[in-house]
Structure formats: structure tokens, C-alpha cells
Design a protein around this ligand. Sequence first.
Ligand code: GAP
Length: 466
Amino acid sequence: MTESITDIVTMDKIVALCKRRGFIFRSSEIYGGVASTYDYGHYGVLLKNNVKAEWWRAMLQERDDVVALDAAIIMHPRTWEASGHLAGFTDPLVDCRTCKQRFRADDLQSASCPRKPSKHPGEYAECDLTDAREFNLMFETTVGPVREAGSSVYLRPETAQGIFVNFKNVLQFSRRRPPFGIAQVGKAFRNEITPGNFVFRTREFEQMELEYFVPPDDADRWFEHWLGARRRWYTDLGIRSDHVRLREHGPDELSHYSRATSDIEYLFPIGWSELEGIANRGDYDLMRHAEFSGEKLEYVDSSTGERYVPHVIEPSAGADRSALAFLVDAYDEEEVEGERRTVLRLHPRLAPVKVAVLPLVRRDGQPELAREVYERLRTVVQAEYDEGGSIGRRYRRQDEIGTPWALTIDGQSVDDRTVTVRDRDSLAQERVAIDALAEELRRRLEAPWRTPKAQAGTSQADPTAA
Ligand code: GAP
């Protein structure tokens, strides 16, 4: 094994950078915030949009067997009876009658009592814990003007069920036959009792889910296919390959619908944790929705008359959790000419801003030429114009938001219409003609990319390792 240098990234540094540079804020901060709920600012929106765009690109643009869907968040309440969520999507909880706090009964060792100094619930003589009882994680609300029996609905706890209930619609209009998939990105809601670790576990989050319908005999093969394809998606987008791993669920860990599940895990500063789950759901969902709705949910081959209920392979990822992993993996600090810089070494396609256009000084025709360059480039990529402050400070700002290229317009630019292109990672500067810039940026964005952190051999020390 190569000797590794321990990463300098911590969750606190990520939280601080996200706040400082306007990626992610606590929700409703002026009122003291809402626990485990976050708002995305400008660069956070651009980053998460890029994560979702790359997922769509891998699912739709680069395949011809997947179609898109955008189902409603509020679904018919019978959906959750059929899916098993109403009966089984629960955590065991205990309440403390003294401090009025609620804790997960199966994880008291990770919880903290609000008394000071903080101990685990149950460790103070005054702690008065109730017996454990099951608590459903779905948020319930009502539809219509009258709160009456039958008007209860739930905010969806996963996007997957919107896909299953649309199976018949999609099969009819898209003229597909298994194997084929339906992909969806959207918000999901869970009343998590032990949320935390920034956007790793929140009560409102976005999922990127594919339900891939296959002939039953092919399920194992497709399960293996998606394990490989989904792991590659993360490493192709720059995550160091020694920071992602597959972990197979043991029989006692499997969800009620699953025949086999493996998690893609990432080595977060909190230790190895789930990034995405890939499950072989068998025919559980289609059979249950057929039973509860009375609709036949099966594939019929019109030429042979063959009919069967397809099995489902489900790669289910979190957009927020992926964005967090990309941020953590990209975070770096280094010494440049006696100064410490913080830099996000994001894959250029994930970077919120692709190119910054910076006039060296605010005179001699440089701002005018810089604006002309910026206005040309912003039709091609997300670009930013900045003329305020020293050039060094402007570079540092762009480094911190992960902008891969900074263009400097100087005296020579006004004479010969060339600019210097500064590379965020290597700091190399290259002169490029203004007329060639758009093409050059397109080329660089499509080129394979590998994080310099992998080349340097830096790796996160596993905080959970003995
Ligand atoms: N349809 C299957 C399903 O929902 P899951 O493992 O419960 O499976 C899939 O969720 C992914 O959604 C997780 O791997 C994670 O990335 C994301 N996710 C789940 N709960 C989350 C939460 N409370 N906050 C942020 N992301 C979450």
C-alpha cells in the first residue's frame, strides 16, 4: 500500500466554507433555524444542479433504455399502504419525561442528553425514559379545507413509489419492453429523529432514483451491472476510488421489499457512510400495487402472448448527500508562495462556475474587453465577471468556489486579443486567443479528469478504524 497523507478536510471546515461562500445556509436562520433543514444559496444551487444534470446525463443521454418521470409529491394514501410504509417505515423511539426530548431507542449511545455536561440519555439519575414505541417517519398532512377522516395524505418518503404507480402509463406510451428503466429526481421527506451531520441526513432532501424493470431471470445480472455502473459514476466525476466502496447488506439488514441490497459508501469525515443504495426489489412493488389498486401491472409481449411481472433493480441516490461527498472529496488546502489557500478541486463539470473573467486593472480598456469576453462565454458556460479587489484575492475567491479556470485580461490582451488561462489545480498559466476560448472550454469540459488529490495520494484517515 502507498503511504497516505491524511486529508485536512473536516465536516466543520465544509460547513464553514459553505456558509462563507454562500453554498448552504441553515434554514430560517433569522429565527434560530430549523433542526436539520438547510437552504441552498447561489453556488449550492449550481453545484446540486450539476450533480443532478450529471445523473440525468448518465441515465438518459448516455443510454437508450431509460425514460424520465416527474411524479407528484402528494400521492394517494393507499400508495403507502401498498408499499408497506404505513405499517413498517418506523423507528423505535423513547421519550424522556424529564427533559421532553425524543431519542432512537436502538441508538442511545449516539444521542446526547440536553443537560450539561451532556451524557447519553438514561445516564442521569433524573432521566425518566418511556418504553420504546414505533414512530412512523412519514410527515402527515391533510388535503382539502376540512380536517376529516379520509383526508390524510403523506409527503412522500421516497420518489420510487411515484414510478411504480405510473408503470402502466409509461409502458403504454413509451412502447418499451423490459429491460427498461424509469428515472426520477425529486424531493422526499422523512421525520428523521437523529438527523445531523450537515446535509448528510436531513428531513427534506432530494433523491435521484431509477427503477429498472427486467425479466425475472435476468435480475441478478442487472443487479451486478448497476453496482458497477453506479460506482463508476462517482469515480468518473472525480471521487477518489479508495474513498468509495460497496457494502452488501446482511440478511437482518434488508428492507421488507429487498431480495439483495448493496450500499455504495463514501469515506466521509464521520466515517464510511451510505451514499447510495442499490436494491433488487424483485416483484414486490408491482405485485403490491396490483393487489391494492386492482390494476394488472405486468408486461405482455403482443407477438408471443408471454406475460410476466417484471423484477426491479433500484439504484437510489441522494442529490444532497452526493453533493456533500463531492464537496468533501474536493476540499483541499495548500501553501502557495507563502500563503495558505483553500481550494475546491471539483470535477470541472460539477464546478458551480466554469470560468471567471478578471481584468487585471480597472483601466486602460481592460474592463471593457473583459466584459466583452465574459458576455461571449456566458452563452456557452456558467461564467462570472469580477473586477473588485486585488487579482490575488479574486483568484482565492474563485479557488474556494471551485472555478476550474480564471481568465486574466491584461495589457497584452488589449494589444493582441489573447488572455491568460489560469488552471485552478496546477496554477499553470497559458495564453489563448479570445476567439478560441469557447472551443477550448468545451474541449476541457469534455476531457477525462482526475483529481490531483488522488495523484498526491492523500486519503482520509478512517475515523472509525481501530
Ligand atoms: N427507494 C429506496 C430508498 O429510498 P434509502 O436508502 O432509504 O432507499 C436512498 O434512500 C438514498 O437517499 C440514500 O442512499 C441517501 O443518499 C438518500 N437519503 C435517504 N435519507 C436521507 C436523509 N434523511 N437525508 C439526506 N439524504 C437521504
